[in-house]
Structure formats: C-alpha cells, structure tokens
Ligand binder design. Structure first.
Ligand code: PMP
Length: 445
C-alpha cells in the first residue's frame, strides 16, 4: 500500500514525464491493472483509454504475456548481445522481417523508441557517407511531428512543441516541411504537392533522409493525413536519392487499421522504426529495420553500424515481444479495430455540439476531440478520474486509444463519461493555458 508519505516523496523527488520539481502535477498511485481496468490504491477503478501511450494493445496482465516473461526469466533475463545471440532475438527478428514489407531484411533491436530513431538516423548518415555523398547529412521532417526525446530524435520533431529553443545550438538544425494539410481518406491537395516538390528541389542535395510518422502525426497533435502524401513523398525520395524513414513507433501493430500505417499508401520505407506495442507494452524494446541495399551501403569498405547499447535485444523483452506479436496475429485484430472505430465514431460524434470543440476525428482505434484552445489538464484530469476513466489530454487534444481487447460496453461507457465531463467543464473552452504548464508538460506520449 502506498502511504501519503510515499506520495509526498514522489512529489518532492521523482520526475514524471515533462514535469517540474517545483510545481509538480498530481499523480495517482496505481495498485494494479487488469485487462482495460486500472485500479488505484484508494480502490477506485478506471477504464483505461490510453493503453499506456499506445502500447498495451492486449490490455494489462495478459496471461500469455506474463507466461512468456516467466519462462524466459527461468533461462536468462539478460545477456550481452556483443558476440552472443539468443533464441528470443532470432525468433522475434524472423517474425518482424516476415510481417514487414519484403525489402526490409535487416534489423537492429534497440532499447526504446527514441533510440530506434537515433539508429535510423545513423543508418541514413552512414549510408550516404559511404556513397561518397557526405554533403547529404541533414534530415527532412514534418512540422507537428514527434520522434522522441533524445537529441537526434528531438531535432526532427516539431521545433515549437519540441521546444528546440530551450536547448540552443545543441539541437541540430534540420529542414522542415509544413505539416500535411491533405486529410486522411482524401486526395493530395495542390498545396501539399507544391510544398513537397519545392522542398525537394531546394534541399535534396543535402538531405540524407526524410523522416515521417505515416498517416498519424501523434504526439505533435493527433493529425491524420492523406495516404497520397506518402506516395508522393516516396516518389520524391527515390528520385532524389533521399532515404525515407517511417517512424511507426506509435502506428505499428494495427492501431490505424492496417498492421503498419505505410500499408494505407502501399509504400515501403528504406528504414522502419517500431516500438511501443512491439512488446504489448510489457517492457521497453524497439526495432529499426532496413533494406539490404541500405545495410550493404552502411557496411561497405569494412564499415560497421556505429551503435550498440548495453541492453539491446534484451531476452526478456524479445521473448514478450515475440509472444505479443504472435498473439496479435492470431487474434481477429482487424475486425476488433473496425469495431472500436465504429464505436468511437458513434459515441464521440455528440462532442461536436459541445461548445469549444472544433473537430472530432477517428482513425482506426484512435478517437480525437480537438478543442479551440488548450485544455487545462489540472482541471480535467481529476474530473476524468472522478468519473472513473483514464484519459490524459494534451494541448488542444483529448483522445482515446484503448487496448484492442476493450469490451464494447467498457468503450461506450468510457466515451459517455468523457463527454459528460467535457459538457460540465466550467467556462470551457475559454480557460487559458495554465501558467507554467507548457505544451511539453502535457504532451501526448
Ligand atoms: N516516435 C513516435 C512516433 C512516438 O510516438 C514516440 C513515443 N512517444 C517515440 C518516437 C519515442 O519513443 P520512446 O518514448 O519509446 O522513446
């Protein structure tokens, strides 16, 4: 049982994501989590609408995932990957290579999403360097994008929400495209087409790669964009000797209705980053996959890929990732996502008439309510908890992305309670952004 004193210790000493040590935000002590229910230490039960930042797609405490961890833990929890290998890493890599597009044949098992992005960026730079194109040493990225919190990943994330200004010249200056304005399900509009073409004609001589979150720009604003944008981008990358990195850390493993979001556009990236739902949200693990052409390019003339963290390919994480991916593939995941999508579409529709709501949009198992002005999280969060739901908004976005296993009743109840709270928020949406609470502190993931 967590005592009040322990919570006070947490408040005084422990950093939570994007928080301050002097004005901490409230945190709720969790006792346990089962399926799609989070149980707080005070006995309250919350329907989980976040799947722990896109990751726990099978829900919490799944017996098959627990068993995979148990069995592996009896053999070895960890072993260095330098000079040694193991079955979980090999079987997982085989499966990932099998389910991703055919040209992606080589894999690096990283220890978190941000690190897999760093590895992808290194792959692109080393590839271009070995092609005697050392001038191709910058990255193109989309405004409103998000790729992680390490320095390389931060440099290709939106400069404003990523607060590049806080870090001065330590963040590499990359080249940004306007965020796509062509909506998901629609054609590529002239504005985006012209932007893309102008961007490449101005910059491709110095671009090693362009990195995008396919279809869904997540933590930068939960924006869904046209598959045709990706088709055009793929074409321009190929024509201009620029690699395409697809960051599917958030979208991978079914979230958008396809196993990987690139499938909406039928494109194959040169480098693919996976994470989050890779382990069913049980442990930290990510992967960077690439083609034989890029792998050979990196390793030309006796060169090696310059990365190798201590915990890469951790056996426990690989074993649970293998089981989670098998579990997903054996499940009727496609029909589950369609079912979730339908419920979100129907249940969130009434939010359109709530004052201050400017958009309601759904893509796969993601439901988004966008407000005119940034929401006040310190006001909304306790109300959501009092209503028995776990939803964590950021900026102007209130969103739901549940586990794929959530029951129909629970999802409907979650949406109903969410809307009830939104309707009763006083002065909503005219509340100003809280002083001292930046977008970063309330970011999605
Ligand atoms: N890329 C995307 C698209 C993400 O959503 C995230 C996580 N929010 C990351 C990269 C970084 O992953 P991690 O938090 O595991 O470092």
């Amino acid at each position: 049982m967590i005592s009040e004193k322990m919570v006070q210790f947490d408040r005084d000493h422990i950093w939570h994501p994007y928080t301050s040590m002097t004005t901490p935000l409230a945190v709720y002590p969790v006792e346990s989590a089962q399926g799609t229910t989070i149980r707080l230490t005070d006995g309250r039960e919350l329907i989980d609408g976040m799947s722990s930042w896109w990751s726990t797609i099978h829900g919490y405490n799944h017996p098959r995932l627990n068993e995979a961890i148990r069995i592996q833990s009896e053999k070895m929890n960890h072993i260095m990957f330098g000079g040694l290998t193991h079955e979980p890493a090999i079987l997982l890599s085989q499966l990932l290579i099998e389910i991703t597009p055919e040209p992606l044949q080589h894999i690096f098992l990283a220890d978190s999403g941000s690190i897999s992005v760093e590895v992808a960026m290194k792959m692109a730079l080393q590839y271009q360097f070995n092609q005697n194109k050392s001038e191709k040493c910058r990255f193109g990225a989309l405004r409103k994008g998000y790729h992680g919190d390490t320095f390389g990943a931060m440099s290709v994330s939106d400069p404003e929400t990523g607060m590049h200004s806080l870090f001065g010249n330590s963040v590499a200056k990359q080249l940004f495209l306007e965020a796509p304005s062509s909506k998901f399900g629609e054609s590529l509009n002239d504005f985006d087409r012209t932007n893309l073409h102008d961007f490449f004609s101005r910059n491709s001589h110095e671009l090693a790669a362009v990195i995008v979150e396919p279809i869904v720009q997540g933590a930068g604003g939960m924006r869904f964009y046209s598959a045709e944008y990706l088709i055009e981008l793929r074409k321009l990358c190929s024509e201009n000797d620029v690699l395409l990195i697809a960051d599917e850390i958030a979208t991978g493993f079914g979230r958008t209705g396809k196993l990987f979001a690139c499938e909406h556009a039928g494109i194959v990236p040169d480098i693919l980053c996976l994470g989050k739902a890779l382990t069913g949200g049980q442990m930290t693990l990510a992967a960077t996959l690439t083609t034989t052409e890029v792998a050979r390019g990196i390793c030309a003339d006796g060169n090696v890929l310059m990365h190798g963290p201590t915990f890469m390919a951790n056996p426990l994480a690989c074993a649970v990732a293998l089981e989670s991916t098998r579990l997903l593939l054996e499940s009727p995941w496609e029909s589950r996502i369609i079912g979730i999508s339908e419920i979100l579409t129907e249940s969130l529709a009434p939010a359109r008439s709530i004052s201050g709501v400017v958009d309601v949009r759904i893509c796969g198992a993601i439901g988004v309510i966008e407000t005119e002005v940034a929401v006040r999280m310190s006001e909304l969060q306790p109300r959501f908890v009092d209503a028995g739901i776990w939803v964590r908004p950021f900026g102007k976005v209130i969103y739901i992305m549940p586990a794929f296993t959530i029951k129909e009743m629970a999802l409907k109840l979650l949406c109903e309670r969410l809307l009830t709270v939104l309707k009763t928020v006083k002065n909503y949406p005219d509340c100003p952004v809280e002083a001292g609470v930046s977008i970063r502190q309330t970011k999605a993931t």
